[in-house]
Design a protein around this ligand. Structure first.
Ligand code: NOJ
Ligand code: CA
Length: 670
């Protein structure tokens, strides 16, 4: 290998380039990444796709507080190349089997400041990733003040992203020319003028602040890290620090980004050992939407939702409707401190919620219980109770918790900074020790750590259903943007499934209280009903909620789709789509395929070949479609259900989507 790099270096020298360059190709040879060291030993990298520039030379390195030089003066000590083609399996996921096919280039660099840097580049057919591993001699800590990594896109293009905000991801997406994009959180997805698609993100964020992007040139973006209160960005005791992977996913079609396994492949294999059968996808309902609609309360001192009687009603419904679990919010003491210091007690139920009685009832009916820990952002309070709480849940047989961090973090810590990242990981590990699955709201964004810690099931981290209850709501195209942006990072607990789309059954109830000035009492969900069903397939979450009040599902023919839905899929494919326009997804679970298709405000007719079906097999399709006159704005709840028989992989579906509409199909093998 050494011989090869010497030849490259010599070749560049002969050409008088003045830089040493080292290249890495993707296995299909279409992506070429070139790393350069200039004559001052400063690092940069560039990417070509199909022989044409995709990323122009882009900076690398960090600034360190004590002045240790982490960015230039480097010389190369060694370079090694490796290739891998393996297939690994996960206990749950969009795909149970994942192929890891890549080439790797590992550069060993050093400078006169006793800094040794291992730079690891991986090139896959669906993108690239790289990360920094620093060893700094003679220090007792490393304090990173800034990351210099930039992504200098070679062309103008259109981007889809939420703003860079270290406190929240719950923003509307913006569609902006790259040249007009000033900052973005990741995944930041774009289409260049040459028609290629890309998405910038990070993988394996377990002990670092999150990375956002700030404009740094016409189409260039620089990494910016969430700070600690003292403005240090990342701190490490000792002499070593490793960054998360910086990632660029690439696709020729928009759906290639969804079908990519880049982020998972850049994470470490599963570290949980022993019998992991306690980790399993589930469908759930819960005492939740009533609070967001303003007709119930979390606190006992108001219109309390989580009473023993109500909890049992939800258990009965779950048991009757082939649903695995029930979530209870507002079951514990502390909600009365909401808006103040927010001191929740995670083992003290409210007086009208008899935990033992509820759990016993659930166990009798074979229903799992999802407990809820709203921290209000008070991390010290949660950490004080963490071990004891998860031990208690374990002893009660509760193996799933939804956490929440709605509120500022005491001490001025940034929501997405390293302090919080460490906290989230601590919760994942503590939960794992007590065989507990997690659904995190107001989380750190997903970066694929579910591969390493598969009890980290799902999370929020974008504007979910709740925004439709107390704000102007999520616009129709939100659902055709999410799969190409937020969901590229990992599963999302969006909580689809509103059937009473105009809130007709609750809007005028006397107990309804408005939330705030934004809540005009005229909120609604901006989709058709069939699109709600399709979102159960499209917005992937291994814990998938039917989020409406259960009374809105009773005797509703369209709810049969959720009864039949299996969230434990083996295989998934995004079949068609354009960002913010439309999307068609299919997932296979056992012998059954679930297909979901949705569109933005534009009605469409799509032709979907069924060539994903098994060979020599016949299927019956149950189609949940927009009715002829359905329309998200004027007639959202009109739907129809019909069946098609004896379908094979040689057939195709004609999928008709009305304005803001959708279609959900169950294809059952005969
Ligand atoms: C925000 C979460 O996203 C929501 O699901 C939850 O109900 C509230 N916080 C209260 O914890
Ligand atoms: Ca939220």
């Amino acid at each position: 290998m050494k011989k090869y790099f010497l030849l490259v270096a010599l070749w560049c020298g002969l050409l008088g380039v003045g830089a040493q360059t080292y290249s890495l190709r993707s296995p299909d040879r279409t992506i070429v990444l070139t790393f350069s060291l200039d004559n001052k030993g400063a690092m940069s990298y560039e990417v070509q796709v199909d022989g044409l520039p995709f990323l122009r030379p882009s900076k690398m390195g960090y600034e360190e507080k004590s002045g240790r030089n982490l960015q230039n003066g480097f010389s190369l000590v060694d370079v090694q190349y490796h290739s891998q083609d393996s297939t690994w399996s996960q206990i749950w996921g969009e795909n149970k089997w994942v192929r890891d096919l890549h080439n790797e280039m590992v550069l060993q660099l050093q400078n006169a400041d006793a800094v040794q840097l291992t730079l690891r580049f991986k090139a896959f057919n669906d993108g690239i990733g790289f990360r920094y591993e620093y060893e700094v001699g003679g220090v007792d800590s490393i304090l990173l003040m800034d990351e210099l990594t930039s992504f200098d896109l070679a062309q103008e293009g259109i981007s889809w992203s939420i703003p860079a905000d270290f406190e929240s991801y719950e923003h509307l997406y913006r569609k902006l020319p790259l040249s007009e994009l000033y900052n973005a959180n990741t995944p930041m997805t774009f289409r260049l003028e040459n028609g290629l698609y890309g998405s910038l993100h990070e993988a394996a964020l377990t002990d670092f602040p999150e990375m956002v992007l700030y404009k740094d040139g016409e189409h260039a973006f620089k990494a910016t890290l969430a700070p600690w209160p003292d403005l240090v960005r990342a701190r490490f005791a000792g002499t070593h620090c490793t960054s998360p992977w910086r990632t660029l996913a690439l696709g020729r079609a928009a759906v290639d980004l969804i079908n990519s396994s880049l982020i998972l492949n850049l994470n470490e294999p599963c570290e949980l050992t022993g019998d992991l059968s306690w980790i399993k996808p589930m469908k759930y309902v819960g005492i939740w939407w009533g609070m967001h609609l303003g007709i119930e309360s979390w606190s006992i001192y108001d219109r309390h939702g989580a009473t023993t009687a109500n909890a049992k009603r939800y258990i009965d419904f779950a048991a009757k409707n082939h649903i695995d679990a029930v979530l209870y919010e507002g079951w514990n003491e502390g909600w009365e401190t909401w808006g103040g210091q927010q001191h929740f007690d995670f083992t003290k139920p409210y007086a009208d919620f008899d935990v033992e009685e509820v759990l016993q009832y659930a166990a009798q009916k074979g229903i799992a219980v999802i407990s809820h820990h709203e921290t209000g952002g008070n991390i010290p309070n949660y950490e004080r109770q963490l071990e004891h709480t998860y031990q208690w849940l374990d002893s009660l047989g509760v193996h799933c918790v939804k956490t929440g961090y709605a509120g500022g973090i005491p001490g001025g810590y940034s929501h997405h900074g390293q302090y919080n990242v460490r906290h989230y990981r601590k919760v994942v590990l503590t939960a794992a020790q007590h065989q507990c699955m997690l659904d995190v709201h107001e989380p750190i964004k997903p970066t694929g750590i579910r591969r390493t810690y598969p009890n980290m099931m799902t999370r929020e981290g974008a504007r979910g259903m709740e925004w439709n209850a107390w704000s102007a709501g999520n616009p129709p195209e939100h659902y055709e943007i999410l799969p190409f942006t937020r969901l590229l990072a990992g599963p999302m607990d969006y909580t689809p499934g509103t059937f009473d789309i105009l809130y007709k059954n609750t809007r005028n109830l006397p107990q309804r209280k408005k939330w705030n000035d934004q809540d005009q009492g005229n909120s609604r969900v901006n989709t058709t009903l069939a699109k709600q069903l399709a979102n159960w397939v499209i917005l992937y979450s291994p814990l998938q909620m039917a989020s409406d009040l259960i009374e809105n599902y009773e005797n509703h023919p369209a709810f049969q789709f959720f009864r039949d839905f299996n969230p434990d899929c083996d295989w998934s494919r995004a079949l068609q789509g354009e960002i913010g326009e439309y999307v068609v997804m299919v997932r296979k679970a056992g012998d059954t395929f679930f297909l979901g298709a949705t569109t933005n405000e534009k009605a469409r007719r799509l032709f979907v070949p069924l060539d994903f079906l098994e060979e020599n097999a016949y299927y019956t399709a149950t189609v949940y479609a927009d009715a002829l006159d359905a329309d998200w704005k004027y007639n959202p709840t009109a739907y129809e259900i019909y069946t098609l028989d004896n379908l094979t992989r040689d057939d195709a579906l004609e999928v008709v989507l009305n304005q803001g509409g959708g279609q959900a199909v169950v294809l059952k093998r005969k």
